[in-house]
Design a protein around this ligand. Structure first.
Ligand code: MV4
Length: 452
């Protein structure tokens, strides 16, 4: 069994991981930058090691410093959280080479699924439904253009090394194809040092629905329900919920079974997410796999009663899954709102500062995952997620009312500090959201009306 877990992350997820480690009687090591020296996880963990200056590439992304901290503290496993090194195949390989258990899929799986074109091909071969598109990357402009004409417009050009909305371009007419193709390739080459791209038909007015999976090292794979993450702005999710409103249990069961089939085909181990688009007719198509614990994992925990981080730790230690597909039960509805230290009236610009007052909500069936506390400094060095407010209720109307109530209780104040709380309240009150009929365009629709 694992004894000491080094948490290679910060913020609310570092705290989230540390808490489950404590429940499992595992020792914890928090690594942190100088900017985070007074953070909540540094206080909570058994040991804390400073690994570098605020800039992430010199601390949370700096592999030698993290390995050094692991050696110093006798850690035998590393939990990477989300973001930073969580899906980095090279990092997982370095962990393996140092005899450290990487809490996530094997490096080879991270490499295969991290290449979104390879993942697409693998899932097509496993029988998952896909939008029309290329089965390989397209290395000649002429070949790409010919395929786009065949698929029909609009098409979307995606970087193989991208994902999560990075390195994509929608092309609405043949005349604009070449320019977008070249621009996307150049951008992908510059950002990812990998200019390979692939093509798909662009699906308008879609819902973003993802399936949580868990796999152990013994060939067991299960799915734990879906999450609707359609409320997003510039590929940052703002609100997530489960179950996905308006989707039949038959449809989501087919998505779940497809995800399990895909996970087994990939040799997946650990916690992961299969991302799908669902079109207005209820057809679903595979988009990509996320090989990490996700920000929005709590909504799945709230309806299943399963601690996903606990499963990650046990599976990494070689234990079988603690449950089976037949025993997974989902009850009620859970909604998560992400509270960011951003100013919606200034284009969601980061609005950091010292939290002079910080009183998170409480009450029935209300969970708040946060690293905030009165006196904490929110630094501009990292993403601006301050808290996740999650509410559970027996049905969706009650869950919406409950999360609205919780957000209204939240007191956050500090010089320069702004939060997305008022904006979240506005979205929760929108008729399309209320009816569960919204698509990924909802946030832009709301912002467009405000601009007029
Ligand atoms: C798409 C798409 C429509 N058609 N692909 C965005 C994140 C990445 N995982 C995949 N994404 C999308 N891929 C095809 N073929 C729509 C999205 C998408 C999206 C696009 C524009 C604005 C917001 C979006 C939110 C979720 C998904």
């Amino acid at each position: 069994m694992i004894e000491t877990v080094l948490i290679a992350n910060r913020g609310e997820i570092a705290l989230r991981v540390a808490r489950t480690c404590r429940e499992l009687n595992l020792r914890t090591v928090a690594v942190h930058s100088t900017a985070d020296r007074d953070s909540a996880v540094v206080r909570l963990a058994d040991r804390a090691v400073q690994i570098g200056p605020p800039a992430a590439r010199r601390s949370y992304l700096h592999v030698p410093a993290i390995m050094e901290a692991a050696a110093q503290t006798g850690a035998d496993a590393i939990h990477p959280g989300y973001g930073f090194l969580s899906e980095d195949a090279d990092f997982a390989e370095v962990c393996e080479a140092h005899g450290l258990t990487f809490i996530g899929p094997p490096a080879s799986v991270l490499r295969t699924l991290g290449d979104k074109a390879t993942a697409r091909k693998l899932m097509a071969d496993a029988g998952l439904p896909l939008l029309p598109g290329s089965t390989e990357t397209l290395d000649s402009a002429a070949e790409a253009r010919a395929l786009a004409d065949e698929i029909g417009y609009p098409v979307i050009i995606k970087a193989a090394a991208g994902g999560g909305g990075r390195g994509m371009a929608v092309v609405r007419e043949p005349g604009a194809f070449l320019e977008h193709y070249q621009r996307t390739r150049a951008a992908a080459q510059a950002v990812f040092e990998d200019g390979r791209v692939y093509l798909e038909r662009y699906q308008e007015a879609a819902r973003h629905v993802e399936v949580q999976i868990l796999c152990d090292q013994h060939g067991n794979a299960i799915w734990l329900g879906e999450r609707d993450c359609s409320v997003q702005r510039r590929h940052q999710k703002l609100i997530e919920e489960t179950p996905a409103p308006g989707l039949s249990p038959e449809l989501t069961a087919r998505m779940g079974e497809a995800a399990v089939r895909g996970a087994l085909a990939a040799g997946f181990v650990g916690a992961g997410t299969f991302e799908f688009l669902v079109d207005p007719d209820g057809q679903f198509t595979f988009m990509e796999v996320n090989c990490r614990i996700q920000v929005e994992h709590p909504v799945t925990e709230m309806v299943t009663g399963i601690d996903l981080v606990r499963e990650q730790l046990l599976v990494a230690a070689g234990r079988p899954l603690t449950t089976t597909q037949e025993r997974v039960e989902r009850r009620g509805v859970a909604i998560e709102c992400r509270v960011n230290a951003e100013d919606p009236s200034r284009g969601f610009a980061p609005a950091p500062g010292v939290l002079e007052e910080f009183v998170p909500p409480g009450g029935p069936f209300t969970r708040v995952d946060t690293h905030g506390f009165t006196g904490a400094r929110v630094t501009p060095d990292y993403d601006s997620l301050l808290a996740k407010v999650i509410a559970w209720a027996p049905d969706r109307d009650q869950a919406v009312a409950r999360v609205e109530r919780a957000l209204a209780e939240f007191r956050v104040r500090g010089a320069g500090v702004r939060t997305t709380i008022p904006f979240l309240a506005e979205i929760l009150g929108h008729p399309l959201f209320r009816d569960g009929k919204h698509t990924t365009s909802l946030v832009e629709q709301v912002l467009d009306i405000e601009r007029k």
